[in-house]
Design a protein around this ligand. Structure first.
Ligand code: SF4
Ligand code: SF4
Length: 313
């Protein structure tokens, strides 16, 4: 948390084409004044963009290792705080696989629209990892997931039926985002970016109604774990599909369960059914491990670092 605050204070200044002080002051505006052309932020150095991609890949790999091999809640919590500080507050919500859905959609359907390799890589890295290891990106890397994870206070278990119905919203949102991204010319709209409820916090600027929306998600998130992730995130929908093919993922108990239900109660995201982590819903927070008496016993006896395998869904 302290780290996140430090990064907010030291957050990068956006570089512009001209010094901002050259903007006309009130007293200089007089007859003959011409409005200067709109300034655009300079593009980030290419090597820095590639460094971001490398960092994203490394953080996702680390998240896989911490969740599946080390089974470390503490490690994942620190990783997600670091990701929130860097990808969230320092990089101000860019780079973002969630928003890149729209760029990739347009690029796939319009030969005149090209996207940088960096955007393509950012879109695919978490999905490819999910194909093999599940939603490790959600557990330790995504700043939007991390900011919601930090506020989880007293999560209630959403009734299963309601949870499933609300979970359908993200597919509707994904469809709408694609539909509006594919509109021609000026009618095109990138809904996911426009209605990102947290980017205002990361950039410390934005429309008041978006701050209110983000605040509402965070307050709700104190009692309903990660509502944006579970019910609205369109990229979460894609990750969920990819995890169906994953051969490895979070397994709550090492080899046999006790049917005690402690893990299901420990999961703030309703991702455990019949003592098994539901692969498409599991957000890789690793809270369930600590609740399992079988696993705790093994940890104490020194056999805690387990190489877990097999399907859990
Ligand atoms: S579900 Fe979406 S917002 Fe949540 S952690 Fe995953 S990618 Fe990020
Ligand atoms: S099953 Fe629940 S508690 Fe366990 S890692 Fe997945 S989301 Fe977290």
């Amino acid at each position: 948390m302290t780290l996140a605050l430090v990064v907010v204070l030291l957050a990068q200044a956006i570089p512009y084409q001209r010094p901002v002080e050259t903007a006309p002051q009130e007293k200089t505006i007089g007859g003959g004044y011409k409005t200067p052309p709109v300034q655009k932020p300079l593009p980030r150095d290419y090597w820095l963009q590639m460094a971001d991609v490398a960092l994203l890949g490394a953080a996702t790999g680390l998240s896989v290792w911490l969740a599946i091999k080390r089974r470390s809640r503490k490690g994942l919590a620190w990783l997600s705080i670091g990701s929130l500080a860097y990808f969230g507050f320092y990089r101000e919500g860019c780079i973002c696989p969630i928003g890149s859905i729209q760029n990739v959609t347009v690029a796939l359907t319009n030969p005149a629209y090209s996207i940088p390799i960096v955007v393509t890589a950012v879109f695919f890295i978490p999905l490819v990892v999910a194909l093999f290891f599940g939603r490790a990106f959600c557990g330790g890397v995504c700043p939007i997931g991390a900011i919601q994870d930090l506020v989880v206070l007293k999560p209630i278990q959403t009734p299963r039926r309601l949870d499933r119905i609300l979970g359908l919203l993200k597919y509707v949102y994904l469809g709408l985002a694609i539909f509006f991204a594919l509109k021609p010319g000026m009618a095109r709209d990138f809904l996911i970016c426009r209605f990102d409820p947290f980017v205002g916090f990361f950039r410390r600027t934005g429309a008041p109604h978006m701050f209110m929306l983000g605040g509402a998600f965070l307050i709700t998130g104190m009692f309903v774990g990660r509502p944006y992730c579970r019910y609205l995130c369109p990229y979460g929908a894609l990750l969920g599909w990819c995890t169906r093919l994953a051969r490895r993922g979070v397994t709550v108990t090492p080899d046999k369960e006790l049917d005690c239900g402690l893990c299901a109660r420990a999961c703030p995201y309703g991702a455990i059914e019949k003592m098994r982590a539901v692969r498409k819903d599991c957000l890789y927070c690793a809270r369930c491990y600590g609740s399992c008496p079988v696993y705790r016993r093994r940890s104490v006896s020194g056999a805690g670092s387990l190489d877990v395998q097999g399907s859990d869904s």
